[in-house]
Design a protein. Structure first.
Length: 95
C-alpha cells in the first residue's frame, strides 16, 4: 500500500507538470481566453489535491528504502512547480 501510494503520487506530479506545459502552450481563441482560465482553475484544484496526497505519501513512504527519497524529491519538485506557477501568474497579472 505504501509503495503504491508513492508511485501514484510521483505519477500525479508528472501529470501536473505535463498539464501545466500544455496549458501554457494554449492560445486565446473566442471571447476573452475564458477556457484557459478554467483550465488553470482545474489545474490549481488538482495541484492541491495532489499536494495533500504528497504529504500523506511522504509520511508513509519514508520507511521504504529508495522510495522515500524519490517521494521527498518529488514533493520538493511540486513545491517548486507551485512557486513557479504563482510567479508566472503574478507577472502576468502585473502586466
Amino acid at each position: 500500500m505504501k509503495k503504491a501510494l508513492g508511485v501514484i503520487y510521483v505519477g500525479a506530479v508528472a501529470a501536473l507538470v505535463a498539464a501545466a506545459v500544455g496549458i501554457l502552450r494554449l492560445r486565446c481563441e473566442g471571447f476573452g481566453c475564458m477556457g484557459i482560465g478554467v483550465a488553470w482553475f482545474a489545474w490549481a484544484i488538482s495541484f492541491f489535491v495532489v499536494f495533500v496526497l504528497g504529504l500523506l505519501a511522504r509520511s508513509k513512504a519514508a520507511s521504504i528504502a529508495g522510495l522515500g527519497t524519490v517521494v521527498k524529491g518529488t514533493w520538493w519538485l511540486q513545491v517548486g512547480l507551485g512557486a513557479i506557477a504563482v510567479a508566472v501568474w503574478l507577472h502576468k497579472s502585473a502586466a
